[in-house]
Every structure is written in structure tokens, then in C-alpha cells.
Design a protein around this ligand. Structure first.
Ligand SMILES: C[S@@+](CC[C@H](N)C(=O)[O-])C[C@H]1O[C@@H](n2cnc3c(N)ncnc32)[C@H](O)[C@@H]1O
Length: 465
């Protein structure tokens, strides 16, 4: 059957899943017309119902699995289909890694424009209880006003009360349960997004992989810390084990941002500790830190080995540095590290970590990376290599241009978004840089997300452009 028009697609049909999209949806094709199907696995033969038709593609949902793929497994979590956070949990882990590699290769082909060597994905050392940053929205039931804590149902703002999440440290279930019960007793209400009313909006937990201690932050819909939340903070700290500290963050604005500007630490410490490359790091409520510390450690060790094998005591620019995790890990193989990060709290914490680890060869800067690059370029400064680790949106053209000017030999580009990585690599290639290879790491098992480290070689051509 030759499909010319979307109208030709019947409302129900049987298809075979060919591959996964970059968002983890199964892709089936009918004469070139693409159908995206959630919760399906390459190799599945499924009967589907079309839910939306567009000019070039349709969305559909499974009515029946006619023939399951050999890679289907029972999801570890009962809430997998409802919650939507672990899109790939019903696929065996080895196959997840193969599909993620394919997603990176496909993205490179379609955006970067040509084949680039994508290596096998380095698995996460932990595939359960790996996620060490937990952010639960808090609500309440309409009638009984029971406190709800969990995640939103796929594509909605309906809160799913989650009692157990297998990708988070089990102890966090106990903390959340304690908050549910005690908030109720203290007459603390859950937040209602529509009316903007209610006391408690979110609970954020930073949980240490290294020593199992937890920093709990209660996000209040208020402009000051209430007595009720002070009492709840005290109960959490005094009655639960493994609590490093408890704080209240104030956020009464109508915003999608979880944390407001100010956090008051009411009990214990305002950070947890984590170990990477034999260094001890401190992580505060707002600091960026990879959610999977075990897999992050793999990345830091990998980059360190690559630098050791290719350089002798290089100068390193660590850009989009967060708490300067790369710079600090690389400090003992570098002659000098210079870092740039825009969040003040992260730079202050980096200063503390550097002092506590007795590191003397790191120069910290706070501000916008692009602006800092242009200032350094005016000063005629250069580095043997630059580590770029920008947020999901990638780097600006301006930053890429200056990164080329500032770097003598190599750029190591770390990215959690294959699409923006491919776009930025394409730009660098047009400027004469050469992508040596891409090494993916699985930082987020059971989800479609994938972290990549791209090794980029610079030639004289780059600097003259
Ligand atoms: C993906 S995180 C990487 C952090 C760090 N390299 C690590 O591995 O922990 C990106 C960081 O870039 C920072 N950032 C975002 N935009 C920035 C900008 N324009 N200039 C400087 N830093 C920025 C964020 O605050 C965040 O800490």
C-alpha cells in the first residue's frame, strides 16, 4: 500500500517497531510515514490505535502486543506506565544500551551531517537506586486533604502518590513517608497549582552515594519560615537517621522553578558530601551535580585518563564548571586549571572544596562563560585543552568561536543532549575542528537520556577562522 496522504492511514493497524526515537518512543513506518508509539520496543509487533495524525508522522498507542520483542522484560516498578519517568524500564538493560548508542549515532547523522565514531555506551555501575537528587511535588487530595508526594502522570499535572521509586535510594521513601505523615499532623497543607494556595510545594532531597546521608529541603509557598515548617524540620532531623541537614526554601512565586532564591538551613549542615576521583565534594541544595554519582565518577576518571595519556601537565579551562568537579578531579595532572561558572553559590562551594582538598593550582571565576572567554581572549590567554560542559541548550556561537581561540589542542565537550551536541559539533567542524570520537555514558538507566563525551581535535585552521 502506498501512503500518499495521512488520511490513508487507518485508525487501527498492526506494525513492527524498527527503532527508538531520541525521546525513547518506538518508531514504526508505513511506506515511509512515521508512527511514534510509547512503551514499545524494537522487534515488537503491535496493534495500535492512532491518537494524532500530522502531515509527516502520527502518534499512536498500543492496543495489543501481537508478538513481543525478545528484549522485553517485566518493569521493576509497578508505576512505570503511569509515572513516565522511566520510559525504557520494560527493555532489558543490555538492549537499552544498544538502543541509546543508536540514538546518538542517528542524531549525529541527521544533525551533524556525517558519520562520526560513536563508541559502545559505558553502563551505569548501578541500575537501581542510582538517582541521588529527588524532587517530589507535594499536593493533597480534594476531600480528605491527605498529603500526596510523587511525580506527575505522563503529559499532565496530575500528581501520582509514589510510595516506592526503585531508581532512588530506598531510604528516601522513608523520608518522604515521614513527611507525608507528620505534615498532616502539623496541619501543613499540600500545594494546589491552580489556586496557588497551600503550605508545602516540593520536597527536595540530595542524597549522598558516598556516605548515605541526606539533605532535606522543604520548599514553602511563603515569604517567611512558618513555625509549622520549623517543627517539621526539627522532627525530620531528630527522629530520622542519616539526615545531614534540613532546610526550608521559600518560593511563593507562580513559576515552574522548584527552588526559590533563599534557603534557610534550620538543622544540621547545608550540604551533603560526595567522593569523586579521591576528592571530597560538597553539594548544596541548588548546586548542579550529576544525579548519578557512580556513573559521574566513571566520566571523570575516563576524562582524566584521556588527558594523562595525551598531555603532560597541561593547562585546562573548565567551562560551565558547576562546583568545578572536572577542574578539581584534573587538578593533580594539570599545571593550572581555570574555571568559569555563573552560579555564585557553586563558585563559593568550589572555593571551600578546593581549600579543604588543599589544591593550589585552580583559579575560579564567576560569570557568563561567553563573556569570560572574550575577556580571556583579549588578554591573549590560551589553554592546552578546554572542557565544555554546558546545560541542555548547548553553547552559543559566540562561546564556540572563543573556545576555538582559547584552546591550543583539544576540546572535550561533555553533553547531556545529543541534539545540541550534534549542532555544536557541526559548527566546530565547519570551523576546521575534527571530532575524534564520541564516548557515551549511561547516566540515566531506564530513561532515554544519555550523556556523551566528545573528543575534538583542533588544527591551525580553526584558529585562523
Ligand atoms: C551540565 S552543568 C555542568 C557542571 C559541571 N561541569 C559538573 O560536571 O558538575 C552546566 C553548568 O553550567 C552553568 N551555566 C549555565 N549557563 C552558563 C553560562 N552562560 N555561563 C557560565 N556557566 C553557565 C550551570 O549553572 C551549571 O552549573
Amino acid at each position: 500500500m502506498q501512503i500518499i496522504n495521512k488520511k490513508d492511514i487507518p485508525n487501527t493497524l498492526t506494525v513492527k517497531i524498527e527503532k527508538l526515537s531520541n525521546l525513547g518512543l518506538g518508531i514504526a513506518k508505513v511506506d515511509g510515514y512515521v508512527i511514534f508509539i510509547p512503551n514499545s520496543c524494537p522487534g515488537d509487533v503491535v496493534r495500535v490505535k492512532i491518537t494524532k495524525k500530522n502531515k509527516k508522522f502520527a502518534n499512536a498507542e498500543i492496543i495489543e502486543i501481537v508478538e513481543p520483542s525478545a528484549h522485553r522484560v517485566e518493569p521493576i516498578c509497578k508505576m512505570q506506565k503511569v509515572c513516565g519517568s522511566c520510559q525504557l524500564q520494560f527493555i532489558d538493560y543490555k538492549a537499552q544500551l544498544l538502543y541509546k548508542k543508536e540514538i546518538v549515532s542517528d542524531t549525529m547523522r541527521s544533525i551533524y551531517g556525517s558519520d562520526v565514531e560513536v563508541r559502545d555506551v559505558i553502563p551505569s555501575p548501578e541500575v537501581m537506586e542510582y538517582r541521588h537528587k529527588i524532587q517530589y511535588p507535594i499536593g493533597q487530595t480534594k476531600e480528605s486533604k491527605r498529603i500526596l508526594a510523587g511525580y506527575y502522570k505522563i503529559g499532565s499535572h496530575e500528581l501520582v502518590n509514589i510510595k516506592h521509586c526503585p531508581i532512588q535510594p530506598e531510604y528516601c521513601d522513608r523520608i518522604i513517608d515521614f513527611i507525608r505523615e507528620n505534615a498532616q499532623e502539623l496541619n501543613i497543607s499540600g500545594y494546589d497549582e491552580n489556586s496557588g494556595r497551600g503550605d508545602l510545594r516540593h520536597v527536595v532531597i540530595r542524597s549522598s552515594y558516598a556516605n548515605k546521608k541526606n539533605l532535606v529541603v522543604l520548599v514553602a509557598n511563603a515569604d517567611r519560615v512558618s513555625e509549622k515548617l520549623k517543627k517539621l524540620s526539627h522532627s525530620i532531623y531528630s527522629q530520622l537517621e542519616n539526615i545531614q541537614g534540613v532546610g526550608v526554601n521559600l518560593n511563593h512565586k507562580k513559576t515552574n522553578l522548584i527552588l526559590g532564591e533563599k534557603t534557610y538551613i534550620l538543622e544540621g549542615d547545608g550540604y551533603i558530601e560526595e567522593n569523586l576521583c579521591d576528592k571530597t565534594f560538597k553539594i548544596a541544595p541548588k548546586t548542579f551535580f550529576q544525579v548519578n554519582p557512580a556513573s559521574a565518577n566513571n566520566i571523570f576518571r575516563y576524562v582524566k585518563k584521556y588527558i594523562t595519556d595525551n598531555f603532560s601537565e597541561p593547562t585546562i579551562l573548565d567551562a560551565y564548571a558547576g562546583i568545578t568537579a572536572f577542574g578539581i578531579c584534573m587538578s593533580d595532572i594539570a599545571s593550572k586549571v581555570v574555571s568559569i561558572e555563573e552560579v555564585k553559590e557553586s563558585v563559593e562551594l568550589a572555593k571551600q572544596i578546593i581549600d579543604e582538598n588543599r589544591i593550589t593550582n585552580i583559579e575560579l571565576h564567576q560569570g557568563d562563560a561567553g563573556k569570560f572567554f572574550s575577556e580571556q581572549s583579549l588578554l591573549g590567554r590560551q589553554f592546552h585543552l578546554t572542557i565544555l560542559d554546558p546545560p541542555r541548550k548547548g553553547c552559543s556561537i559566540n562561546s564556540l568561536d572563543y573556545a576555538l581561540k582559547l584552546t591550543k589542542d583539544k576540546i572535550i565537550y561533555v553533553s547531556c543532549n545529543p541534539a545540541t551536541l550534534a549542532r555544536d559539533l557541526k559548527y566546530l567542524k565547519e570551523k576546521g575542528a575534527e571530532v575524534e570520537y564520541i564516548q557515551p555514558f549511561d547516566m540515566f538507566p531506564h530513561t532515554y537520556h544519555i550523556e556523551n563525551v566528545a573528543i575534538i581535535n583542533l588544527s591551525e585552521v580553526c584558529k585562523s577562522m
